[in-house]
Design a protein around this ligand. Structure first.
Ligand code: 0GY
Length: 308
């Protein structure tokens, strides 16, 4: 089946720059996706976008180029609740990938057990309105109750302005919770303003809440270029996101994860160089100890606990 990608869709870097920052041995890229290929794993009819294909082999090549050891492959909304592409990546990774699925109420216990055997360790609940249709909260709570006995966690994706309304639902979830991209703060607002304070309070009051400190390219208002117009970290790329991510890393060093977000769906202005994203890490985790926790200890504890 031929799929035409969404008009204006930006392709990922075929050959990202080799990062200058060397990630610690055993590092995990804890947020990335596979897209199709559509001819083999068709995109979901209910999808809100059609991406360019991004295969497991291309993901594993990126992993090796950036110096990572493992991946956590997160089900993307363009595949709906059809987890075959993600599961195929896991079972062909030689144990180097674990996954996060999207399931509906109709999922059977046998299907959940089969996904567990393949390496799935969580489900994702997405509340970003441009990406998904509404799912009733009682269905999500029912799913959370069913995956909890497997030792899985719930990944939540939402916009910062929606946290107050979602608070009661999130704080009633019975599992570990992992927030995508720090709950998408508005980086043009102060890091100690009421909106981000609420997110910090969420993590402080609920020790089962973790956060990915990923996606500066998605959150940044200042963007990949500095005032002098030059791209690159030495010129201050994504500098407005640094205080947000540093605050979370330094306040909750044992509950943070990092991921590339490759192949970077739905970016409109620019496509990040994945090597540059890796070079961003020491700006948000400024010591070797924080870097080891962020990239190795925390993701290993969550996704490969049997190796601890
Ligand atoms: C991300 C972010 C986005 C998309 C998805 O599953 C998805 O389609 O997560 C987005 O558009 O912000 O983490 O990949």
């Amino acid at each position: 089946m031929e799929f035409q990608k969404t008009p204006g869709w930006l392709d990922w870097y075929a050959v990202p720059s080799a990062p200058t920052f060397r990630v610690p041995a055993g590092s995990v890229d804890a947020h990335c996706h596979v897209f199709g290929p559509g001819a083999e794993f068709p995109y979901a009819p209910e999808r809100k976008y059609t991406p360019c294909d991004a295969s497991k082999a291309q993901l594993f090549a990126l992993r090796d180029r950036l110096g990572f050891a493992r991946n956590v492959v997160v089900q993307a909304t363009c595949h709906g609740a059809d987890n075959r592409a993600m599961v195929d990546a896991l079972v062909n990774s030689n144990g180097k990938a674990r996954g996060v699925a999207t399931v509906r109420r109709a999922v059977t216990d046998d299907e959940l057990r089969a996904m567990h055997a393949a390496g799935v360790r969580g489900v994702r609940f997405n509340f970003v309105k441009r990406l998904v249709d509404f799912t009733p909260r009682d269905e999500l709570m029912e799913i959370a109750a069913r995956i909890a006995p497997l030792g899985w966690h719930v990944v939540i994706y939402f916009e910062a302005v929606d946290l107050p309304e979602l608070w009661d639902f999130f704080t009633a979830l019975p599992t570990t919770i992992v927030v995508d991209h720090m709950g998408r703060p508005d980086a043009s607002k102060p890091v100690d303003g009421p909106e981000f304070e609420l997110f910090v309070r969420f993590m402080r009051e609920y020790p089962n809440v973790w956060s990915k400190v990923s996606c500066p390219e998605r959150l940044s208002v200042s963007g990949p270029k500095a005032l002098d117009g030059e791209p690159g970290l030495e010129h201050g790329a994504y500098r407005d996101v640094i205080p947000f991510a540093r605050r979370i890393v330094e306040t909750f060093p044992d509950r943070v994860l990092w991921g590339t977000d490759w192949p970077h769906p739905n970016l409109k202005d620019h496509m990040p160089d994945d090597g540059l994203l890796v070079d961003f890490i020491p700006h948000i985790a400024t010591t070797p100890e924080l870097q080891r926790k962020l990239l190795v200890d925390n993701p290993m504890r969550l996704y490969w606990p049997e190796e601890n």
